[in-house]
Design a protein around this ligand. Sequence first.
Ligand SMILES: Cc1ncc(C[n+]2csc(CCOP(=O)(O)OP(=O)(O)O)c2C)c(N)n1
Length: 323
Amino acid sequence: MTQLMPKDLREMYRLMLMSRIYTDRALQLFDEGRLPTGLHPSAGQEAIGVGACYGLRREDWVIPSLRTTECFWTRGVTMQQMMDAMYGNKDSVNRGKESFHHSGYPSLGILAGTAIVAAHIPVAVGAAKAMQLKGTDNVMLCFFGDGAAARGDFHEGLNLAAVHKAPVVFICENNLHFQTAPASVEMAITDIADRAAGYGFPGVIVDGQDVLAVHETTQEAIKRARQGKGPTLIEAKTYRFRRHYPILAETRPVEEIAEWSKRDPVTILGDYLLANGHMNVSEKQELETSIIIELDSVVARAEAKQAADKSAANSTVYAEGAS
Ligand SMILES: Cc1ncc(C[n+]2csc(CCOP(=O)(O)OP(=O)(O)O)c2C)c(N)n1
């Protein structure tokens, strides 16, 4: 496990802050009717994707949930690539065929997710098994929400991973709600991490608002996977700071939202950097300003580009010439 240096902490902060600023701008663009697709905002959950993915090898793989935008940033996807995908531009990764959060970037070790909640979990296990069969010690990180953990794919995937000692780390972002329902309607236990015992591997709970805790916990699980000891289930307790999706009403209690808002992961890391002299107030401000300026030009460029041709919607979807 490599020790995090102050420059790493600053980079983690930059990724989390960028994610927050980007997400809120995208929501604003959607509200203004400028963006053709909505998004499942990750605001409040930034520490999980950044903490878990930071420091991975290029040869490792991740498969994000519908909400873990931070996997994309931390693996090297740029704001321009992401915005072009959201606008469905002709030169974007998905060429308008798919929402950005299900996109894959194989060259960056990001496997495409699926629109079916939890269906990517067995896929992650298969990919991890492939790495194992190739004799590498690379790992797969698989992200999903608490709602996904109530579906059959989760249970099949975890069982399969255990039997094969697949090098996969399951990371459940438990934000206490799935879509507009509280977690209590989908699970009769408090901690999803407890389920790991039923499959024979460790289940660990981590504070999902603390990026350093997430990083350390994930590194332990990665080490275990690289050593051939098999999977770990990490449950990150967290909260989303926005609605599930922009067009859906808020259904969560205002007191609960207010309570969790006190533990903003971006603020927690920012305060830590300031308190430990790893960043000063003006550097913090300059960073925020530079992200906003870059994002302004990203949006302008994305809006000026040509949208994908709708008549090409069916091309490159199925193998050409297959009989
Ligand atoms: C099988 C399936 N059912 C329903 C949906 C619609 N849907 C999209 S996201 C979502 C909620 C997922 O909740 P969770 O797994 O807790 O992730 P979170 O949204 O909290 O990050 C639902 C029900 C879907 N995409 N797939």
